[in-house]
Design a protein around this ligand. Structure first.
Ligand SMILES: [Zn+2]
Length: 379
């Protein structure tokens, strides 16, 4: 429970980033004079700093004396380690390439070495909390990596336990694709209460953001859209189900469909270019993909009634050619209240490394316990 203005001021900057004094006064619903005094005390104690000479123009930020946050993002071929102040300003970042398929144990060892070196460079600050985004299904409570081909590289590892014991701080785990959902949420021009992001790649993963919170489910398994069946008699899937969406619209499935049209060496970029140039056969394929995706989106809109659904991943670069058939199916088969009102969009550029790290830091400070532990250090 945060009671004093000092505590509330720190909590506000942790949650919302550096602020002008006037904005901080509005957030805390106190007078400018009160904020000026609180900030002055916190600057004197070394927990806050001004970023300019004039108190009127400058923003106030939190210093490393309150500790830092650490984020690790694992992709198939690289790892990003970032360190931020508790108000979310990234102070150090390193992106290291990895051999695709490098085993998880080695990747965790590389990360440990990188984090130790980065923290040492910063004068060994206290770590308040961590975030790891792992490119597989992982139990967010226990860190157990569960099933599927994408999990094989993480065999016999527990990324959550490894990071928790390294950082000696609470660590939140996320699926990497679901963290990308939060990036898309932060990119929206107009804030919405409920957004669904669908990442189309090797697998098909959904991120559901409700009230600015990334929904994980009880164990972190919410949003495995790729394993929803669109045909009970369809192609067998590794999950033991039949007709799973990812058997038809994942990157490998699409490339297999394109083989007779574009040849064995074709890439998704070639396909996107062919659709854009109006290639007849490729246009038929994207229509079919849009319709197959649409079948699952009918269930998504009926279940969740989101305001907006954003499609991301390389295939989403085709834009309207994918959205048109998808929208048609949803409007035709979905219940009217949700299906007529939901908006669809394709993401722009893939999330940058900095956007992923920033999203991780924003997600960490949604946890009230983390915020409270930071505040308590200063009071
Ligand atoms: Zn499946």
């Amino acid at each position: 429970m945060l009671s004093t203005n000092k505590e509330r001021a720190i909590a506000a900057l942790v949650s919302q980033g550096p602020q002008h004094r006037a904005a901080l006064a509005r957030i805390l619903s106190v007078s400018r004079t009160t904020v000026t005094n609180v900030v002055q005390d916190l600057i004197a104690e070394g927990y806050m700093a001004d970023d300019g000479e004039s108190p009127l123009k400058s923003t106030v930020k939190l210093t490393e004396k309150l500790g830092v946050l650490v984020s690790v993002v694992f992709w198939i071929d690289r790892t990003l380690v970032s360190i931020a102040t508790v108000d979310g300003r990234i102070v150090a970042s390193r992106e290291n390439p990895e051999k695709p398929g490098e085993i998880g144990k080695m990747r965790l060892a590389h990360v440990e070495k990188t984090i130790r070196a980065m923290l040492a460079d910063l004068g060994a600050p206290r770590v308040c909390a961590g975030h790891i985004a792992v490119n597989t299904q992982i139990n967010v409570r226990t860190g157990e990596v569960v099933g599927g081909t994408a999990s094989s590289m993480w065999k016999d590892t527990n990324p959550l336990q490894a990071m928790s014991s390294l950082l000696q701080a609470p660590v939140r785990v996320e699926n990497t694709a679901r963290l990308a959902a939060f990036v898309e949420f932060e990119r929206l021009d107009q804030p919405v209460d409920n957004m669904v992001y669908v990442h189309l790649s090797h697998g098909i993963t959904m991120g559901n953001i409700l009230g600015a919170t990334l929904v994980q489910g009880a164990h972190g398994g919410a949003g495995e859209l790729g394993h929803i069946s669109i045909d009970p008699m369809g192609l067998p899937c590794e999950c033991s189900n039949r007709g799973c969406l990812q058997q038809y619209v994942s990157t490998p499935a699409i490339l297999a469909r394109l083989k007779p049209i574009l040849g064995a060496g074709a890439t998704i970029s070639d396909f996107v270019a062919a659709v854009r140039s109006g290639d007849h056969a490729c246009t038929s394929v994207i229509e079919e993909i849009g319709e197959q995706l649409g079948v699952v989106m009918v269930s998504v809109t009926n279940l969740l009634d989101p305001e907006v659904i954003v499609l991301g991943g390389e295939i989403a670069q085709v834009g309207e050619s994918l959205l048109d058939p998808l929208r048609r199916i949803v409007r035709r088969r979905g219940l009217p209240l949700s299906s007529r009102n939901v908006r669809f969009a394709c993401a722009g550029q893939p999330a940058s490394a900095q956007e992923m790290a920033s999203a991780a830091f924003r997600v960490i400070v949604r946890d009230e316990d983390v915020v409270e532990s930071i505040v308590k250090l200063a009071v």
